[in-house]
Design a protein around this ligand. Structure first.
Ligand SMILES: Nc1ncnc2c1ncn2[C@@H]1O[C@H](COP(=O)(O)OP(=O)(O)OP(=O)(O)O)[C@@H](O)[C@H]1O
Ligand SMILES: [Mg+2]
Length: 220
């Protein structure tokens, strides 16, 4: 918003200003871009920390109902579509339109799939992300597969821990807080499901999670 205002009010003058003025204004503009990016990062950190605290203290009001996995997947896909466009990655849908209903909190499950799709895009430079879902006995299994950097074997369990990021965070790695997957784990475990990853370094990763089907749960 600040940048929008400056673009409209101040930056048109850059075109007619002298060289030193143009340089100074460009410097201000760069600094503002950093401030805006950092404040967005801080906002997302605060939101994630609050979300974890809320879930752990039992203060979240869960809205459990019978929900369609297709709605969950499609809403998450729409929410992340601009990320795919920005990086020119293909999203592949690999699920049948008649999947069984699951019982869960629709918004929270969309949040899980958005987190997994965002990670898949963030850690993939070329190729695609595949979204699969199928029934396995009394569970639905959802899998998000990417063709990205992969995760070393000894790090695969740790990525679900809070603030855990693979590699050296001070070097040139994508930004984040290391909280997304721990929130996903909390949400999935609250649904009686499990979440895990299988990955080959340099070849890609698949994040799986399971959800109990609606029909198998005792009425609440
Ligand atoms: N699809 C993936 N491919 C490769 N590495 C991944 C993938 N998803 C997660 N990781 C690794 O697991 C770490 C933890 O993921 P998590 O989503 O919790 O945090 P983040 O994406 O770094 O930050 P945040 O989600 O809080 O913005 C990541 O920093 C990354 O090192
Ligand atoms: Mg993440």
């Amino acid at each position: 918003m600040i940048l929008d205002k400056l673009n409209r009010v101040i930056f048109p003058w850059v075109a007619i200003g002298d060289q030193p003025t143009q340089k100074a204004i460009q410097q201000v503009r760069n600094n503002l871009e950093i401030i805006v990016a950092e404040s967005e990062r801080l906002t997302s950190l605060i939101n994630d920390v609050l979300d974890i605290a809320k879930i752990e203290s039992g203060k979240v009001e869960w809205n459990f109902e019978s929900v369609s996995p297709i709605i969950i997947l499609e809403r998450a896909i729409i929410s992340t579509s601009s990320l795919f466009e920005d990086k020119n990655l293909r999203l592949i849908r690999d699920f049948s339109p008649d999947l069984p209903l699951i019982r869960g909190d629709q918004d929270r499950l969309i949040q899980v799939v958005i987190n997994l799709l965002s990670n898949a895009v963030k850690f993939t430079e070329v190729g695609s992300v595949t979204c699969q879902a199928q029934q396995n006995q009394e569970y639905l299994v959802i899998a998000i597969t990417d063709t990205g950097i992969g995760i070393p074997h000894n790090e695969q369990n740790k990525v679900f821990d809070r603030f855990q990021q693979v590699g050296n965070v001070l070097t040139n790695k994508p930004q984040g807080n290391g909280l997304g997957l721990s929130i996903c784990r909390q949400i999935i475990e609250h649904h009686g499901g499990q979440i895990w990853v299988e990955s080959q370094l340099g070849q890609g990763s698949t994040f799986f999670f399971t959800l109990p089907l609606a029909v198998n749960l005792p009425p609440s």
